[in-house]
Design a binder for this molecule. Sequence first.
Ligand code: FAD
Length: 452
Amino acid sequence: MSNELKALHFDADYTMEEAMAEAKRCLNCPKPLCQMGCPIENEIPRFIQAIAQGNFGLANDILGERTNLPAICGRVCPRENQCEGNCIMNKAKKPPINIGKLERFAADFESIHELRKPKKIVQTHGKVAVVGSGPAGLSVAGDIAKLGYEVTVFEGQSEPGGVLLFGIPEFRLSKTIVRREIARLEGLGVKFVCNTFIGQDKTLDELFAEGFDSIFIGTGTHIPQEVRMENDEVPGVFQAMHLLTNVQLVDNGVISKDEIPVKEGDRVVIIGGGNVAMDAARTCVRLGCSAVTVAYRRNQEQMPALFSEYEEARQEGVQFQWFASPAGVEGTDKVEGFKYEVMALNEDSAGIHGTGQYQVMPVDKIIIAAGHKPNDRLVGEGNNLQVDEKGYLVVSEEPYGMTSREGAFAGGDVVHKPATVVLAMREAKKAVDGMVKYMEIKRAMENASSAE
Ligand SMILES: Cc1cc2nc3c(=O)[nH]c(=O)nc-3n(C[C@H](O)[C@H](O)[C@H](O)COP(=O)(O)OP(=O)(O)OC[C@H]3O[C@@H](n4cnc5c(N)ncnc54)[C@H](O)[C@@H]3O)c2cc1C
C-alpha cells in the first residue's frame, strides 16, 4: 500500500485524553436519541459518561450489558445511519459524538490492559449448541453463557468469526480484534468446535441426542448469487468472497499468495453496488491493480453501499461505471473485456431500463459481488426446517426465533437476509429470549412429569 493511502486511512485510536475530551462533548440527553438509533440499544450516554470521568473499566462493563462485540461494532457498524446519525449534535449542525470510536476505545482499553478477566459463569441451567460463529452465533453464545447455560459453538471453518474473520478485510477490521473478542467469550466458558459442518458432519438430531436442550442456527448466507453473462466460463471471472477469503487465508499462512486470484497490474471490474463490492475494490487497490472499476446497474444515489464506504473507495482511486448492466465476457482463454448494456432511469426516476446500447470495458479480471443466499446443506428442504421460497429459514414470533423444528432457533442473515453485524446481533439477542423461555417451559414440564 502506498504511503498516501496509509495516511488517508490511518484513523488512529484515541489516547485517554482524547477519549475523555470527546466524551465530555456528550450532552447526556435525558431522552437519548443515539440509544434509540442503536439496534441493540447500547447504553450509550451511560458508557460515554463513564469515559468522561476516566472510568474506562466501568464504560466497558456498561457496554457488556448489551453487547458481546463492542470492539467490532465500534469499527464496522453503519453509525452514520444509527447512533451517530441520531445524535442531537446533528440538529445543532455540530459534528455528532464519535460514539463508535469511543465504543472501540473502551473495549480496546479493557482488553489491552486486561483490567478484569471475564468471570467464568457457573453453567448449571442446561446445554445449548450454537451453529455458526458469525456475529449472530457469537452474540447468542455470550448472552446465553452469561445466563448460566453451557454453550458449545460448532463452526464449519477452521476458525470462529464468520464474515468478521473471512469477509470484512483486515484494513477495516483487524483480525487481532476479532480473535480478542472471541477469547473473551472463551473466558466466559463458551467452547468452540471448529471444522464441523452441522448437516454434514453431524445432524441436528445428533446434537439433540447428545443432550443439547436447545440449538441456535446462525449460519449466515454463503452461496453467491449468480450473475448471468454470455461467455462467463472464461478463466478470470470469480466471486468477490473468493478474493476476500483467500486474501485472509494468505494472511493466516494457510495458503500461498499465488492463490489470490488478482495480480499486481491487473485491470479489474467489480460487478455490484454493495459494501462487499466496495471491500473487493479496495482490496484490489491494495493488491496493486492498475485500474479498479465498480460497475453498477443503477446510479450512486441508488447504490446500497454505505456512503462512507463509497467515498473511501473513491478517494483510494476506485472508478465507478454507473448504469452498467452485465451482458458478457470478451476473450477466449482469458478475460479481455467486460461487456455491459447501458441502462437509463425511467421517467419516475425510480426504476431503470436497458437502452439496447452495449459497451466493452477492457479488463483482465471480472469480480462478482451480487449478494449471497443461505447454503441449503443444513437449512434447505429435506432437513425438517421450513424455509421460504428463497431458502431463508422461517421462524416464529412466539417463542421468538424458533424454526419449524421444536427447540431449534435461528437468527442473523440466514433468517433476515444479508444485513449488518449489529442487525444479526439484535435478532440473536431476541432469539435468546425465545430460547430461554422454551428451555424453562421444557424443564418445568420434565420436572412435572418426573414428579408424577
Ligand atoms: C465482505 C463483507 C463485508 C461486510 N461489511 C460489513 C460492515 O462493514 N458492517 C456491517 O455491519 N456488516 C457488514 N457485512 C455484513 C455482516 O458481516 C453480516 O450481516 C453478518 O456477518 C451476518 O452474521 P451471521 O452471524 O448471520 O452470519 P456469518 O457472519 O455469515 O456467520 C455464519 C457462520 O456460520 C458458519 N456456518 C455456515 N454453515 C454452517 C454449518 N452448516 N455448520 C457449522 N457452521 C456453519 C459459517 O462458516 C460462518 O462462520 C459485511 C459482509 C460481507 C460479506
